[in-house]
Design a binder for this molecule. Sequence first.
Ligand SMILES: [Zn+2]
Length: 77
Amino acid sequence: MSGKNLPVKLFEPYPVGDLVVYVTGPDRGAVVEADCRWELTTTLDSCDCCTFRWRSRRDPSFKCRHITALRQVLGVD
Ligand SMILES: [Zn+2]
């Protein structure tokens, strides 16, 4: 846990731009593209998506938009 006491509920949909984030744990969530049924498992520093998998090889600190959305919902900067 980050220590922040946030009113984020588990398994509630949080829209972030064109994404919907379901928080499934203190550091993870399921991110769904609003126009797609694809569900990604995303944590604060990793993601299932191809963008992350390829880009993170060259840039270990790379954050795709799913990670950014999850961090926004969890209030992590
Ligand atoms: Zn991603």
